[in-house]
Design a protein around this ligand. Sequence first.
Ligand code: 5AD
Ligand code: SF4
Length: 472
Amino acid sequence: MHLPNYQEARSVDKKKYQRKNFQLDPRYQNRFQGKTCYLKTYGCQMNEHDSENIKAILEEMGFSFVDRYQDADLILLNTCSIRENAHNKAFGMLGRIKHLKESKPSLVVGMCGCMAQEEVVTDKILKDYGWMNFVVGTHNFYDLPRVLCESLEKSKLQVEVYSREQDFIEEMPVERDSHYKAYVNIIYGCDKFCTYCIVPYTRGRQRSRKKEDILKEIQALKDQGYLEVTLLGQNVNAYGKDLYEDYSMAELLEDVAKTNIPRIRFMTSHPWDFSDKMIEVIAKYPNIMPSIHLPVQSGSVRILKKMGRRYSREDYLTLFHKMKEKIPNCVISTDIIVGFPGETKEDFLDTLSLVKECHYDNAFSFIYSPRVGTPAAKLKDDLTKEEKEERLYQLNDLLNASFLDNNKKLEGKVVPVLVEGKSLKKKDQYFGYSDTNKLINFTSDQDVTGKIVPVLIEEAKTWSLDGRVYEG
Ligand code: 5AD
Ligand code: SF4
């Protein structure tokens, strides 16, 4: 039994991480031949990518996958902690699973992901969810085969969660969801400790993968025919800072661009670490997509300070306009939180005015959700639920109008689209994403799945655009 501890998670230690290659213990290989698994993933791309690794590990153990949890011998929830509703979804699911387990006692139930790293969650599981089989944390999910098997051997709930980062595991097996687009981790964890955010506690301190390992993975993806890579990290712009003196995100982006893989994306970027050199590199290489996710969180100087974001409204706007000016065809999306403790009407109006100025192409907006153990959770929160909802509606109205307005400007234009598949609803209808990361639905009389094709945009909507393959 190993339980999470936030104090330990916050502490700094200058540990040098070992790098090891993954190897499944032969004792676990094909041990579950004929058994089925339902793997449910909540949350961000990082979790989705972890699930691609977990799926491959479970396949090596002999599991096959089912789409309905009722049909599974093993149910595994890869969870998210970012907001209260992610918690509620996972605990709601556990409620349904408990019901199922009552009529199917052989069912094995496990949890991994960010919730496993939370003290409040493991406390609750130990107290009220003793019927579960295992919990494994984000730092050691590769150890899932051992934890799962030990829980069965001991017929007892096993909780194996480490608050400190463990060694780097390279050469992890992976069962990717797409044959055209791939996620590649470049940096784990985050050192920014924004006051509202639980990520530094659940994902640990910032640590970069070695550039050689990243470039090798991307070259292999290119050789397999992948057309797009997304470089992943909680704060990708901090890449290299913990590892190299003179090799940062800008140099990595340039080296990735030189592999000539057709499309490169990266997320998420903290504005504080977004260097001029990065802007130069993005502007220089056409295979680095001109679509950048740049969370602002708030337009109020006062609230940004209370959030611990390390930039002012002015700093953000200067960076924003520099990117728009220097990167051809640059499209920027963002994240915004409303209802942070102490957010006044004026603070909120500052957010609205920033949104007006930035005229975003896409955005994710959230009501602030207190996370136990973070500094902001201790602040007095005197806005009512209704006031927060009203602010969110107002913000979304403004955002939606700007998405539609930007999309309208694409009508009559031809955009390159990486085609992901056929629409289930209409014949000859396909969908994919443009270079600027917009969802495009279009018609084509040939199957163009897995190709990058030009599409003539005929009609703009708020969250997608319709068109047809452009024949020239
Ligand atoms: N409450 C609401 N939104 C949050 N985010 C992170 N933590 C919280 C929280 N406690 C949002 C931020 C971040 C995105 C991934 O989730 O906007 O950029
Ligand atoms: Fe959370 Fe992002 Fe801030 Fe890191 S930079 S603490 S992941 S919001």
